[in-house]
Structures are given as structure tokens and as C-alpha cells.
Design a protein around this ligand. Structure first.
Ligand code: ZN
Length: 427
């Protein structure tokens, strides 16, 4: 525990240092990660050689673009023996698997020390959001294995888990019993709770802090939370491969990237780095993963780096809230692509709708599924249809249907589902 406190203290103090020393630390860590990957991980050595580069070519984050982008499929195809450092004993590593929402599960290995680092910068983000040692911290999620740490045995920073896979009545009953002061959940789980709770939502749960993670947090849900609860809402972004990637601070001006442990880039369709304020695909490099390195790893998420500095004074870089999966976009007849967040922004004024889902049956046929708080309402269906058609301004037939209950799933909710996005409905 003493070691944990010292490490956490180093992270917190380190983040008060000026930008220049911050960048120097980042580049030092990058050089160490690159050298380790080249010398001990066959996959990266092969990639570097094929690209005609050596570790000496990567001196700072500005050189990172020379390294080819890696995908989950690349690592899977190379196999564990080639993607894990030859200096590491895998049997002593901690294995985590990704949620598998996009296909087969994928295993990530970290040494115990790397896992501790991951937990520390996660804790640093929670403390910035205002977590206190005696908070009743409840996670409404699918699965979670609590790390056994001394502080939890001492009754500090305890966490309870309510599983989204349990019947909704049970989730509501457990939340009433636990009365969380901090609630951590997915937007879709929150939406589904709000749909089923009869009467004021704040009588079931009214945490001081509400953190959403893993899915897009859209303005529609933000507004509802603001109206119905006395809570401060934080949007967090993470991935199994990296741990916490970015998190909102109390200034709520974007998400702070854990820039002392990760480098986040945005790239275009040809994998070239994009300037600030341009939407692209998120590519991340871990500065603390030596057992299983991730260098320029494509997360297939859409996002944007922000140039502005946060008014909180932190030197950590900012990104805009993630906009959804790159594979989960609407493809229009003109070739235009719409990310999930754009559609949800468009729908943010429909207060009586508890859930939206966009099913692309063909390039020119879009089915919009609504879940209404008080049952079907033909006039809302018509307004949604007109609003989408007017916004798209393309030859797309829009059908709107009302479903009885929201989708509740133990994997991430998909705002856009494509059943035939690459073909037309009529030949
Ligand atoms: Zn800030």
C-alpha cells in the first residue's frame, strides 16, 4: 500500500510539472518502450525492419508517425509468442481479455507492476473527479473482478458491483439498497434504468458523482441526467489494451489524455496523422507496457484531439469525447460517413425518447428504432423521420418504428447497426 501511495503521489505531482518537463518524460518513456519492443518482441522488430527504421529513428513523439500502425488482427495473426516480450514470464503476468463486442476476445498481458501502474492512473482520474476514501462506489457493469488491495481490506475506496446482466428489477433494488455516492456505468445501462424506473429517478439513485464509460455519452443523456439528478457527470474513455485513456476533469472542457502513460494520435483513412480539431481514427501508444507492447495501435474509435488547453491548468492534452466505433458508422449513398455521435447530437432534443438505434438495412434504407418513455407516439415518429431526412439531404428512405423496451445487453450497445450498409435496397 505504501508503494501504491508513493506511485500515485508521483503521478499526481508529476502532472503539476510544466509542459516541457512533461514532454521530456513522455519522450524518454517512448524511447524505452520502442527499444524494448525492437529488441525483445519479434512482431515489432519485423515491423520496424520492414519499414526501414530502427529505434534510433524514434527520438520523440514527433517521430512516431514513422512506425506503421498496428491492428488487433495483426497482433492476433502474429500470435502470443511473437507479440509478448521474450524477457517476460507469461505465467507471472495478468491476463485481461477485451469485451469481444467486435468479434473474438483478445488477450492482453501485463506484468504485475504494469497492472499496478494501470490501477494507479485510473485512481488518479477518479480522485480528480472527486472520489473520496469513504464513498459508496457502485459499478453498474457486466463483469468486474475486484483487485484485492490493502486499502479495500481497510475499508477505503470500496467498490460494489451490480451486474447489468441481472433482471432490471434486481438492479433497481440493489441500487436502492446500496445508495451509491459514486456510480460508474455505461450510458446504455443508465438509459435502460431510467426507462424502467417509475417515479422520480433520484429516489432510486442520486450519486454525487456519475461516471460513464465504454460507450458514447451523448448530449441527450447528459441533459436528462442534469435535469433528473443532483449529480456531476464525467465522461471517461478507456480500452482493455491501455486502461484509462482519457477522463473529464471538473472543468468539463473535454477529456484529459493520460499523456504521461500514453500517446494518443488521430489519423485519417490513409493512417496519416491529422492536425488538432480534425475527426479521425484513434491510434494509441502505451508508454508503460513492456510485456506486451502497443505501439501505434488502432482502436478503431473515432475521435479528435483538441488544441485548446483546459482551464483547470493541467498540462495533460485534451481530446473531444469519443464519437463511436469507426466500423459503426452510417454510410450514405454519396459516400458521406456519419459517426454515431453526430446522429445522437441530431436527436438530442427528443426528450421523451429513452433510446435510439439506427439500423442501416441498405445504403438507401435506414430504420430508426425508438424506445419511448410513455409508449408509442405517431407524431414523434413522424418528427424524427422528417428531421433525419432533412438532415441527411440524400436519397435515403427513413422508416421509424417504436420498440417497447430498450435493448439491455451485457456487451456494449451499438447505436448504429449495419445490416447492408454497402448495398442498395433496390438494384
Ligand atoms: Zn481540465
Amino acid at each position: 500500500m505504501v508503494r501504491d501511495i508513493i506511485e500515485l503521489g508521483k503521478i499526481v505531482v508529476g502532472r503539476r510539472r510544466p509542459m516541457s518537463s512533461h514532454q521530456a518524460l513522455r519522450d524518454r518513456r517512448l524511447r524505452a518502450v520502442v527499444r524494448n519492443a525492437y529488441e525483445h518482441v519479434p512482431y515489432y522488430r519485423d515491423r520496424f525492419r520492414a519499414a526501414g527504421i530502427s529505434p534510433e529513428d524514434i527520438r520523440s513523439a514527433d517521430d512516431l508517425h514513422k512506425v506503421p500502425v498496428t491492428t488487433k488482427d495483426d497482433l492476433r495473426a502474429a500470435g502470443m509468442a511473437n507479440t509478448i516480450s521474450r524477457r517476460v514470464d507469461v505465467s507471472g503476468c495478468i491476463m485481461r481479455t477485451t469485451s469481444g463486442s467486435t468479434g473474438k476476445p483478445f488477450a492482453v498481458f501485463r506484468t504485475r507492476s504494469e497492472e499496478r501502474t494501470r490501477l494507479q492512473f485510473q485512481m488518479a482520474a477518479l480522485l480528480t473527479a472527486g472520489l473520496r476514501p469513504l464513498d459508496r462506489f457502485v459499478m453498474l457493469i457486466a463483469e468486474w473482478e475486484a483487485p484485492r488491495r490493502l486499502h479495500t481490506r481497510l475499508g477505503l475506496f470500496q467498490r460494489e458491483v451490480v451486474r447489468v446482466s441481472r433482471p432490471i428489477e434486481e438492479q433497481i433494488r440493489r441500487l436502492r439498497e446500496l445508495r451509491p455516492t459514486v456510480l460508474w456505468t455505461w450510458p446504455s445501462a443508465l438509459r435502460s434504468l431510467m426507462h424502467f424506473v417509475e417515479g422520480p429517478f433520484r429516489e432510486v439513485v442520486n450519486p454525487r458523482i456519475l461516471i460513464t464509460n465504454a460507450e458514447i455519452l451523448d448530449p441527450h443523456l447528459r441533459n436528462r441526467v442534469k435535469t433528473e439528478l443532483d449529480t456531476e457527470l464525467f465522461n471517461f474513455y478507456g480500452a482493455c489494451e491501455f486502461g484509462r485513456i482519457a477522463w473529464e476533469c471538473k472543468a468539463h472542457e473535454g477529456l484529459h489524455i493520460n499523456g504521461d502513460h500514453l500517446i494518443v494520435e488521430c489519423v485519417d483513412g490513409d493512417l496519416n496523422p491529422l492536425p488538432f480539431n480534425h475527426t479521425g481514427t484513434i491510434v494509441v501508444t502505451s508508454l508503460y507496457s513492456f510485456a506486451m507492447p502497443f505501439i501505434r495501435y488502432n482502436l478503431n474509435d473515432l475521435g479528435m484531439l483538441k488544441e485548446a488547453k483546459c482551464s483547470c491548468g493541467s498540462p495533460l492534452p485534451l481530446m473531444a469525447p469519443p464519437m463511436g466505433r469507426e466500423t459503426e458508422v452510417l454510410r450514405l449513398p454519396s459516400g458521406r460517413i456519419m459517426p454515431p455521435l453526430e446522429l445522437l447530437n441530431l436527436m438530442s432534443s427528443f426528450n421523451k425518447v429513452d433510446q435510439f438505434r439506427f439500423v442501416q438495412e441498405a445504403t438507401d434504407l435506414l430504420r430508426v428504432e425508438l424506445v419511448m418513455r410513455e409508449g408509442r407516439d405517431p407524431s414523434t415518429e413522424e418528427t424524427v423521420r422528417t428531421k433525419i431526412r432533412d438532415y441527411l439531404k440524400e436519397p435515403v428512405r427513413v422508416e421509424v418504428v417504436t420498440k417497447k423496451d430498450p435493448s439491455v445487453s451485457s456487451s456494449k450497445f451499438r447505436v448504429i447497426v449495419s445490416n447492408g450498409g454497402s448495398r442498395r435496397s433496390t438494384p
